[in-house]
Design a protein around this ligand. Sequence first.
Ligand code: SF4
Length: 110
Amino acid sequence: MTEDRISRRRLLTGALAGLAAVPAATLIARDARAATEVSETEEAAKSVGYVTDAKRVNAATNPTYKPGQTCANCFQYTGAAGSAVGPCRIFPNKTVKAAGWCKVWVPQQS
Ligand code: SF4
């Protein structure tokens, strides 16, 4: 009977440890997906005119663009200050270059 209790206790402990590991594994997987950088050639990026370097924005075809606008100072950007890349709300689970730009650029709220 005692061995049964120990066995059940170990089983329960193992199951709880397994359950605790699931959220951690989910977070790790989410981080790995977030690390995928948006490519200028993918359809979603092309549809909003995303470029990895705002200095390459064609002002003739993007009249809303103003020098100084970059992903780093866009409301949609959620990357850490000073980082070279970070997440963008319009590209779920991906990152964009902080120096990039697209037609969806909106100023950060102060
Ligand atoms: Fe960059 Fe903003 Fe466009 Fe996202 S929405 S790609 S942060 S300019």
